[in-house]
Write a protein that binds this ligand. Structure first.
Ligand SMILES: Nc1ncnc2c1ncn2[C@@H]1O[C@H](COP(=O)(O)OP(=O)(O)O)[C@@H](O)[C@H]1O
Ligand SMILES: [Mg+2]
Length: 186
């Protein structure tokens, strides 16, 4: 069991773009450094299954790539592998394999329209791979409904990030039970 610095901050922060209405799963984290954000990614890495998708939302520099890199490298390390995990800003998609499961790291910032999504082969990846997507708003209605939405926000404090995890699928409650116990204050 991993122990993360889990603290609630509902009511303190206004997540302007985060619509948690109807969420089956809704957890918030405050991370004080890049390594704390990476710790959540590392804790989630072993519990992800083919067909799981994480939609990484947040502005430039909020830590989307940092989170994805930590998750992928943890997963590869468990398989005895190491690879650099560059930002897929220009390639749009980078695919890794841990020996049994493909890990798709996707950055849709430069995507022109939802038509291009089909060309990337994302729909089959959503079924068969673990997918980590930056700028998922570009997906429109193609975004997987059972994905974990991870909203990262910078604060005025250097190194601090507020992270809200929501999903309309309760499977994430079970995934997170394995990585971060409920915080006593909510
Ligand atoms: N708590 C934190 N969580 C994530 N990244 C952080 C944190 N504090 C500082 N950083 C730094 O912020 C930068 C985030 O960059 P990146 O992950 O490329 O952002 P994005 O992909 O969201 O544009 C990295 O240099 C990372 O080291
Ligand atoms: Mg990025």
């Amino acid at each position: 069991m991993f122990h993360l610095p889990v603290r609630t901050f509902a009511g303190i922060v206004n997540f302007a773009q985060c619509d948690a209405m109807g969420s089956e799963f809704d957890r918030s984290f405050r991370f004080g450094s890049a390594s704390e954000t990476a710790a959540l990614a590392a804790a989630l890495a072993p519990v992800l299954r083919p067909g799981d998708a994480i939609l990484l939302q947040g502005g430039l520099g909020s830590g989307k790539t940092h989170f994805a890199r930590a998750l992928i490298q943890t997963r590869l390390a468990e398989a005895g592998r190491f690879e650099e995990v560059p930002s897929p800003t220009f390639t749009l998609v980078q695919v890794y394999s841990d020996g049994t499961t493909e890990l798709w790291h996707v950055d849709l910032y430069r995507l022109q329209g939802a038509d291009d999504v089909a060309e990337l082969g994302l729909e089959s990846a959503f079924d068969n791979a673990v997918c980590l997507l930056e700028w998922p708003d570009r997906l429109g209605s193609l975004a997987p409904k059972d994905a974990l939405n991870l909203h990262l926000e910078m604060t005025d404090t250097p190194g601090e990030r507020l992270v809200r995890a929501t999903s309309s699928d309760s499977k994430w409650t079970h995934r997170f039970l394995q990585v971060a116990p409920e915080s006593p204050d909510g």
